[in-house]
Ligand binder design. Sequence first.
Ligand code: SAM
Ligand code: DTB
Ligand code: SF4
Length: 331
Amino acid sequence: MKFTELKALHDLPFFELLKRARAVHEEHWEKPEVQLCTLMSIKTGGCSEDCSYCAQSARHDSGLEVERLLSKEVIMERARAARATGSTRFCMGAAWRGVRGGTQRFEQVLDIVRDVSSLGMEVCVTLGELGPDEAAALKKAGVTAYNHNVDTSPEHYPNIVTTHTYDDRLRTIRNVQDAGMSVCCGGILGLGETRDDRLRMLEVISEFNPQPESVPINSLMPMPGTPLEGSDPVDPFDLVRMIAIARIAVPKAKVRLSAGRTRLSDETQALCFFAGANSIFYGDKLLTAKNPAVEKDRALLARLDLETLAPDPAMTAPSACEERPLSPCCE
Ligand code: SAM
Ligand code: DTB
Ligand code: SF4
């Protein structure tokens, strides 16, 4: 969807926007279901990149203890526990700029993916930059979806990250699509961006061909020691607006209400679900930051009569629209 169309949606009166988003949601998602995803940081901290929101960058003094890649046994234990609490997607994150085929750590990741994928949940990984061969190997090992966020608009990105470019991010996303994995791609609100930056980000994401399978909308968790630690919180109604616009712009995607839920009221979360959010991170911890307790989330979903979405581990990635060129395309 183009910027001008997104802007027109944003300019609608709040309840009119909600009404339209709800109609699109009901057309594409018949049942009142929410996907529960568990996140696990399998390699924490010490990252070479300078993303100014991230506690895991070695360039910020966040006080985070740097860990090596966790063993398969520890990861499998957590994955089984996630499944036992009702999670249907297991997402593993690593604080790396990227991965390269032939290295020991990449082989270790493939081995972990093969075992986790035997548990019947959807498997998602987020390991940074990927080339075409690495993407193909991850797909073969059993990855359902690859998370790689654009985070903000192309214009604002250089104010947030200087060690890699927006085009680097787009290239990885193209490689993921070419390998036949589903793309999970979203961003963060609260990075000092303008309203237009937010809409530009949604323009980029919704113009992907094929469109992403899921779109995480994070609100900045201001992490101590990072350049953005003193950032202002996102206005809850602006968050709801962005969820609603994402729902309209990427109708078939799971729109994931991601980081930042500890700072949202139950009522704001309910509005987000009404506006089209149908996935959350579930479990007391995100990667390094806090998330609401499992019992609290269970109670909220029950109070809102929301059910949980069944896993689809054999999911085929969304197919491209043949009338438009494949995108993103960066060369
Ligand atoms: N290193 C990989 C990468 O950058 O793609 C994977 C891990 S990285 C932590 C995954 C995503 O988490 C980032 O793209 C960003 O959107 C999100 N994230 C990181 N720190 C955050 C924070 N403090 N608040 C909200 N979202 C955050
Ligand atoms: C995404 O969009 N959000 C998740 C997941 N993808 C990897 C990560 C949120 C991280 C929040 C900050 C932290 O836990 O350090
Ligand atoms: Fe590293 Fe990813 Fe954090 Fe950036 S967001 S510092 S690439 S872990």
